[in-house]
Design a protein around this ligand. Structure first.
Ligand SMILES: [Fe+2]
Length: 230
């Protein structure tokens, strides 16, 4: 069985082969690198609430860790552009939120969700976990290894997020690929009327220079505190 400790199970972006121990070490380093102090509260854009959509898994997978590329102890990774997706969960004043449960879900490379009513289900990639969780520590950082999202009929590429604390839902939202042409035609993306708020959920998926296999990195900080009416 894959170790079920949230936030510790993944592989290094620099490791060419599957090696979980090496990932744990690299994970610590990358989190230190990304924890940059100095953000001013007045500059923070509160992350807009967005619809949960119809495809939050109706049956959670047995494996719900933060590595969506490998299901349990499978040797076959998911198909897709491997992406290290990380960020911080912050309060309205920029304070890191410890103990936040970050959940993500997204479709696989062919457009299939982990949901009984998903389209493309016959083509579903059995090696893509489709859903993952991460419990933040004192830095508020989260980290997932997943695939770069792809479009499916009616939607521009996106990854769904739900943030919970002590079992209570704090925020449901989505992030997008910055400058992806389909964003402009996506009703949910366009539904975020405030341009700065829209920019805040549209993120870069950038190649990792040291990666020999073309892995990507993406950062999505989430600032809590948006009221449902806002
Ligand atoms: Fe979706």
């Amino acid at each position: 069985m894959k170790t079920a400790i949230l936030g510790t199970v993944m592989k290094s972006p620099l490791a060419p082969a599957i090696d979980r121990r090496r990932f744990i070490t690299a994970c610590g380093l990358s989190l230190a690198f990304y924890t940059v102090p100095g953000a001013f509260a007045e500059e923070l854009i509160r992350t807009p609430r967005q619809t949960e959509g119809p495809f939050y898994p109706d049956h959670l997978p047995l494996d719900t860790d933060n590595d969506l590329i490998i299901v349990n102890d499978s040797l076959t990774p998911a198909v897709g552009d491997v992406t290290y997706l990380s960020g911080r969960i912050l309060g309205p004043s920029g304070e890191p939120i410890r103990g936040a449960l970050v959940e993500i879900w997204q479709c696989d490379h062919s457009g299939a969700y982990l949901h009984s009513r998903s389209g493309q289900s016959a083509q579903r990639d059995p090696n893509f976990q489709g859903f993952g969780r991460f419990l933040t520590g004192s830095s508020g950082e989260y980290l997932f290894r997943t695939i770069k999202p792809v479009p499916y009929p009616g939607r521009t590429p996106h990854i769904h997020f739900k943030i919970k604390e002590h079992g209570k839902e704090l925020l449901t939202t989505q992030c997008y690929i910055k400058d992806f042409p389909g964003n402009e035609r996506d009703g949910i993306w366009k539904g975020i009327k405030d341009e700065k708020a829209r920019d805040s959920v549209s993120i870069d998926f950038a190649p990792i220079k040291e990666s020999r296999t073309g892995e990507l990195t993406a950062r999505f900080d989430i600032v809590l505190g948006m009221t449902p009416e806002a």
